[in-house]
Design a protein around this ligand. Structure first.
Ligand code: SF4
Ligand code: SF4
Length: 179
């Protein structure tokens, strides 16, 4: 027999094999119902701040190493190719919830029919990106960067994904223990 706690947990779309609409519905619902409580959980605020800081450092490295200008040129003149439709399928609901906890409004529909759900006219619309996105360097980009730049970028992205992992574990633990 299921108690009510078990049935709430079982109703959560955990894992990636759910529709984006379903994952978004739950991420938004949980944020509205429990966002403040999640953020007030022990250590949660510092985990969010550490992740936010690591994300900012990755973007700072991407700007200073010329990645942003290179990718902007690619997106404008060659259509880009790395934020394609289907990448959003790698996102699970807790990662979407983390975006809400970090102040991001999640898009309700796809802007580019051939692009990732989270791609907007100026690029990526979300803050907490999947490891696939953070780590991706195409051949063209790699050949434009010095070895030192690739190493520096790699260090920033490792810091970001480590901080994201720690926050995601804490959020999942909160969901399991508190719903
Ligand atoms: S990572 Fe590569 S494919 Fe993607 S925008 Fe940059 S240069 Fe273009
Ligand atoms: S989440 Fe952002 S960075 Fe990742 S594929 Fe989608 S638009 Fe690109």
């Amino acid at each position: 027999m299921h108690n009510s706690k078990t049935s709430v947990i079982e109703g959560l779309p955990l894992g990636v094999h759910h529709s984006m609409e379903h994952k978004l519905l739950w991420a938004n619902r949980l944020y509205e119902l429990s966002g403040p409580a999640i953020l007030q959980a022990p250590a949660m605020a510092s985990l969010v701040a550490a992740y936010d800081d690591a994300i900012a450092r990755t973007w700072s490295a991407m700007w200073s190493l010329g990645v942003v200008s290179h990718c902007t040129d690619c997106a404008i003149n060659d259509g880009g190719s790395c934020c394609g439709k289907g990448i959003e399928d790698h996102f699970d609901m807790p990662l979407l919830l983390i975006n809400r906890l970090m102040g991001v409004e999640l898009p309700v529909r796809r802007w580019d029919e051939h692009g990732c759900w989270f791609l907007g006219p100026q690029g990526c619309l979300i803050k907490a990106r999947h490891t696939l996105c953070v780590n991706y360097i195409c051949k063209r980009l790699q050949s434009s960067l010095s070895h030192e730049a690739v190493i520096a970028l790699g260090q920033a992205t490792v810091n970001e994904t480590d901080a994201g992992f720690r926050l995601e574990e804490a959020v999942k633990k909160w969901l399991m223990n508190s719903l």
